[in-house]
Structure formats: structure tokens, C-alpha cells
Design a binder for this molecule. Structure first.
Ligand code: HSE
Length: 427
């Protein structure tokens, strides 16, 4: 057998602990896959109590010792966009070590620079665990689904949001109530902003975009909206129209450029993405005449994420060291983004209005001025002088046109709450 592959692990939280456990419990089988023994030679964590699950000889006290250890591969599981994580990765690559990371924020922001460094030194930089947990979407885009090119990626990339939306649909409860439950059950962080605000999905989408389209991951050019404004009423109207609401990361080639955004969208019920429930993730990759492909699985948690990390380690052990984004990082293109607001689709619109004569005509008039054509409409209830909901589905139009009309409509004294607009995504 070949020489052992020596591994150093920084961060022994849920994922790091899972990696150690699986490498220990399934060592022989994994070494068989790798063609060589997989040996942990160094590990560290801020929390010294994490020492207990390890062979005491491998414990080191700081990240510098990880980067300068005898390891062939450094596994970065400390997280964070800036600071310790990118410093560790940089130092490790400079010290001639391959790197495996689960850090989506770091890879979305610094991935190109780190990939250039890795490639200059003929080292691997792998990040399967950074996107959609155990789903092998990074490897699939990097090593398989490139032959005819990718025309679109649509993904449910955040399990917390998908859990919340699924529970809102199942129970009819509000976003705030379900979020509190999710926090109690440990599905949502104490500070849920990155998940429910769409930032986590944005990090993952930026990475998928780099892999799918050969462009530099671009967080700054992405429109990002979360799910906090979605109401149980929206979810129930969606169902009535034959849709489900999902937080999607969308990256599409359009004649105007790459349409890149994170937002709640209406997805046709009965299609694969619509049926992704609870904490699961799902991704549709349109690969022109070779596609589409649909992936579904666990996007977080100890075993799925440790699976992704170890699969990367095994790849490196076998000598699979291709470029991090599938093409040399120095050749990644700069994104040509579609102009803001140019994304085009039918839209779901919900208005909270006073039930008075003329309100519908006023809304329809503003929509007509922006050339937004209405396909269907529902008004629920009758409450003269009180607030009622009016829901409309438009024909295909642009985001900019709907947003323009809604800005004027929102200013009306008959409209009592900010209107809600949700695009209806094609299958
Ligand atoms: N917080 C993420 C989610 C998992 O809820 O899907 C890690 O990326």
C-alpha cells in the first residue's frame, strides 16, 4: 500500500467531531477506498474539552501548529469569512499542504485567491462540504456536468429556511412562531440572520455559479432576499394556485447576462424542487441537452457534512487534485450580470387593502401603467372599510416593472401594508 495520507483537522465541532469519528470507526473501509491509510496527525479546537475524543498525541494548541504539522492535508472546519480560517488555509497552502474546507463564506469571498495559490503549488483545495452538506453537487458540477455547459441552477440550499417554510405550510403558523420552535429544536441558530436573511444561500449559490459557469464567485452582484416577509396567507394562496413557496438560489444564463439572485419563489407543486421538504436541500441543474438533473439530500448535520469532507480527503489520497472550480482559477471569468430588475417571470402579488370602492381599479391602473398584465385575481372576504387581501397572478413581466408599480401602489392611502411580490419560477 502507498504511504499513509496524513491529516490535520482544525475545528472539532459537529462536523470535525464527525470526521474524527468516521475516520476512526470506518478507518479500514475508508483506507481501502483511498488506496492508503488515512491517519490523523494533528487536531485542534478552541475548546480543550474536545481533546477527549482524540489520541492525545495528535492534539496541538494552535492553528499555526496545524499549518506547520507533518500533515499532507489540512481540514479547515473553524468557519468564518475572514480572520483565522482564510489565514490558516493560506498558511497551509504556502506550507505545501492540500486543503479541504466546509467554509462557504470564506470560499465565496476568498476562494479564487486561495484557489490560485493552491494551483500555483499544484495542491488541491476542495470544498464539497461547503454547499448542500452531503449532496455531491460540487463534484458533479466540477467533474461531470460540464460537457454541454450549464444553462441554469436552481437550489434550495438552506435547510433552516426550508424547514420553516415547510412547517408554516403544515401548521398555518407565522414565520416568527415557527422560527422560535426551530431555535428551540436546534434547527435554527440563536442569531438566525444569515440563514433566514438569505446570506447562507448566497454564499452557496456564489460557489455553484463559479463551478457551473466558470465565473468568479460574486456575492456583491447578487440580489438577496430572505423569508421573513412570507405569511401563512401567502403559503396558503400558493397552494391554492398549485404552487409551493421555496427560498431559491437562482443562477440563469439570460440574453442580458447572468441572472443571479436569492429569493422566495413560487415553485410548481409536484415538481422535484417543490417536494423538497423540511431540512432537506434540493438542486436542479439544467445542463442543456444533457439535463436536467435533480439532486436532493441532507444539507447539514454531522454525518452528511462529514461524508462530504471525507470524500474530498479520499479524492486527494487518490491523487485527484484538479482545480478547485473545475477550470484554472486564473481563467475564471468576471461575471457579466444581467441588469438589476431584468429577471422576467409571472409574479404573485398580495395587497393588504381597505375594502372600499375603487381600490381594485387603483391597483390595476398602476399595474397597467407599468404594462403589467393580470392573469388572475382573488379577493377573500368582505369587510367594508376594513383590511382585506387581494391576490393577483400576473402574466410574464420583469421584476423592475412589478417593483415600479408596487412602489406607487404602496403609497396609496387604501393600501395598509407593504405589498408582497413573489416570482413564479419555471419548472
Ligand atoms: N445553516 C445551514 C442550513 C447549514 O440551515 O442549511 C450549513 O450551511
Amino acid at each position: 500500500m502507498n504511504a499513509p495520507l496524513k491529516i490535520a483537522i482544525a475545528g472539532l465541532g459537529t462536523v470535525g467531531g464527525g470526521v474524527v469519528k468516521a475516520l476512526t470507526a470506518r478507518g479500514e473501509a475508508l483506507s481501502g477506498r483511498a488506496g492508503r491509510k488515512l491517519e490523523i496527525v494533528a487536531a485542534c479546537d478552541r475548546d480543550e474539552s474536545k481533546k477527549s475524543g482524540l489520541d492525545a498525541r495528535v492534539w496541538v494548541n494552535d492553528l499555526h501548529a496545524i499549518a506547520q504539522s507533518a500533515a499532507d492535508v489540512v481540514v479547515e472546519l473553524i468557519g468564518g469569512e475572514n480572520g483565522a480560517a482564510p489565514s490558516l488555509v493560506e498558511e497551509s497552502l504556502k506550507a505545501g499542504k492540500h486543503v479541504v474546507t466546509a467554509n462557504k463564506a470564506m470560499m465565496a469571498r476568498h476562494g479564487v485567491r486561495l484557489a490560485v495559490l493552491a494551483e500555483e503549488k499544484n495542491l488541491a483545495l476542495k470544498f464539497e462540504a461547503a454547499v448542500a452538506g452531503g449532496i455531491p453537487i460540487v463534484k458533479s458540477l466540477r467533474e461531470s456536468l460540464f460537457v454541454y455547459g450549464v444553462s441554469a441552477i436552481r437550489g434550495i440550499l438552506n435547510g433552516t429556511c426550508n424547514y420553516i417554510l415547510t412547517q408554516m405550510e403544515a401548521t398555518g403558523r407565522s414565520f416568527e412562531e415557527v422560527l422560535k420552535d426551530a431555535q428551540r429544536l436546534g434547527y435554527a441558530e440563536a442569531d438566525p440572520t444569515l440563514d433566514v436573511g438569505g446570506g447562507d444561500t448566497a454564499h452557496k449559490l456564489a460557489l455553484l455559479t463559479g463551478l457551473a459557469f466558470g465565473v468568479k464567485p460574486d456575492l456583491d452582484g447578487m440580489a438577496v432576499q430572505g423569508i421573513a416577509h412570507i405569511t401563512p396567507e401567502d403559503i396558503s394562496f400558493a397552494r391554492e394556485f398549485g404552487y409551493r413557496i421555496k427560498l431559491l438560489g437562482i443562477a440563469k444564463i439570460t440574453p442580458q447576462g447572468l441572472d443571479l439572485r436569492v429569493q422566495p419563489a413560487m415553485v410548481n407543486a409536484g415538481t422535484p424542487l417543490a417536494d423538497v421538504d423540511g431540512v432537506f436541500n434540493g438542486i436542479v441543474a439544467d445542463t442543456k441537452q444533457a439535463g436536467p438533473y435533480f439532486f436532493e439530500g441532507r444539507g447539514a448535520g454531522e454525518a452528511p457534512t462529514a461524508n462530504a469532507v471525507i470524500a474530498d480527503i479520499v479524492d486527494i489520497a487518490r491523487g485527484n487534485r484538479g482545480p478547485a472550480f473545475g477550470v484554472p482559477a486564473a481563467s475564471l471569468l468576471t461575471l457579466t450580470a444581467a441588469p438589476a430588475g431584468s429577471a422576467s417571470s409571472p409574479f404573485y402579488l398580495r395587497f393588504q387593502v381597505l375594502d372600499v370602492p375603487g381600490v381594485l381599479a387603483e391597483i390595476a391602473g398602476h399595474l397597467a401603467k407599468w404594462r403589467v398584465s393580470i392573469e388572475s385575481m382573488i379577493q377573500r372576504g368582505r369587510a367594508p372599510g376594513e383590511a382585506v387581501s387581494i391576490v393577483m397572478i400576473t402574466h410574464e413581466t420583469t421584476h423592475a416593472a412589478v417593483a415600479g408599480a408596487l412602489e406607487t401602489i404602496a403609497a396609496s392611502d387604501k393600501v395598509v401594508a407593504p405589498p408582497c411580490m413573489i416570482p413564479m419560477e419555471a419548472k
